[in-house]
Design a protein around this ligand. Structure first.
Ligand SMILES: [Zn+2]
Length: 376
């Protein structure tokens, strides 16, 4: 009898156990079904949901908002479980290799915040440039600046390594102006040679076959020589010259348009006399001279030599008024590190009234103006 009771007890216990398992099974299945429905409701694709279960990340995914990036990532071979937080938080971009690029950014060392910035600020095609480079600690700083150019990234980083005291703004500005390069080492050939705003300096040269059009002879009232200047610049210069004359002063053009051959002769003579290094501080090599554009001129005032122009009343007036005629003092004081030339009070460049006004009022060089508004 005792045995029978024992057997019954065991059977009951087993039945209870089976019932318990069944309840648990139903409950679990129910939870699974609920989670599945939640994920579906969130918008995840069936394929993604199955993977989410497979990867055992259901709770984590449910704790976050729907992520299209995760939806796409998890169904590809590129899915990396360690990058789950990134996939959950980063906006989706509809590109085949997007997940791959994201993974690379992580592997280089960028965190989610940095990657968000990269994705937000850089054209998609350019993310590869970042991915081809090592981790840049200050990338965030560089990206802040409007004139940041991704193609110069490596140059910014190298330049900063050698100029650690400069602000990021100056790093970007200077590199954009090619100041990280040796003068004449890697010049660009100017393309917009019909534009009065073309930039000619030690990093930007005229095309070999360039010859300016619209050259006109300057009135004998404003020069004692036979000199040519770009038509627009010529008209403006004569206006300025007449206005200054009406105030009892005398402004004369002494050197304006130069041919390449003439510029070559000038530079060669200076080099022979002073040595190349010295000549480079005040004379341009052929094709690198603004005088070859017909937009620049050297002037003289009073009865002094042109190198003393800064001492004359004419200069005092020109300094304050030339912008009204579209001219700037092209090589100002204390800007040698930007222009590449010693201060030349006598060298004027025609850029048109609006640009001249901006340059005058902001006390900047043409290089800086060009970097800010015209650099492509
Ligand atoms: Zn000059």
């Amino acid at each position: 009898m005792k045995n029978k009771k024992g057997i019954i007890t065991i059977i009951i216990l087993v039945l209870i156990l089976i019932a318990l398992c069944f309840v648990l099974f139903i409950f679990r299945k129910d939870t699974k079904t609920n989670d599945y429905k939640k994920l579906e409701k969130m918008n995840y694709s069936t394929e993604a949901i199955n993977k989410i279960f497979e990867e055992k990340i259901v709770d984590k995914v449910l704790d976050n908002e729907y992520s299209k990036t995760l939806d796409e990532a998890i169904t590809t071979d590129e899915f990396e479980i360690t990058n789950l937080d990134l996939y959950l938080n980063i906006d989706y971009i509809n590109k085949d290799d997007y997940i791959n690029e994201l993974n690379k950014l992580v592997s280089i060392g960028y965190n989610i915040e940095e990657i968000e910035l990269i994705i937000g600020k850089i054209d998609y095609a350019d993310i590869k440039i970042i991915n081809n480079y090592t981790y840049i600690n200050d990338l965030k700083e560089y990206l802040e600046y409007e004139n940041f150019k991704i193609e110069y990234l490596e140059r910014y980083v190298n330049y900063r390594n050698n100029n650690i005291a400069l602000s990021f703004n100056d790093i970007i500005k200077n590199v954009n102006m090619d100041l990280d390069k040796e003068s004449y080492s890697d010049p660009k050939t100017v393309e917009n040679t019909n534009d009065i705003l073309m930039l000619i300096n030690k990093h930007n040269k005229l095309p070999d076959n360039f010859e300016p059009e619209n050259l006109e002879k300057i009135s004998s009232k404003c020069t004692t020589k036979e000199l040519l200047l770009n038509s627009e610049a010529r008209k403006s210069f004569e206006l300025m010259c007449n206005d200054i004359k009406s105030l009892g002063m005398n402004l004369r053009a002494i050197s304006t348009y130069r041919t390449r051959d003439y510029q070559n002769k000038l530079y060669t003579d200076y080099s022979n006399r002073n040595g190349k290094a010295e000549a480079d501080t005040f004379s341009a090599r052929p094709r690198f001279s603004e005088h070859e554009t017909g937009l620049a001129l050297d002037v003289m005032g009073g009865n002094t030599t042109y190198t003393d122009f800064h001492k004359t009343d004419e200069f005092k007036w020109v300094e304050k008024n030339a912008y009204n005629y579209g001219f700037i003092i092209r090589y100002p004081k204390e800007k040698e590190h930007i222009t590449g030339y010693k201060y030349e009070s006598w060298h004027l460049r025609y850029v048109g009234k609006d640009v001249a006004k901006y340059i005058y009022e902001n006390n900047i060089t043409f290089e800086e103006y060009y970097e800010k508004f015209l650099l492509k």
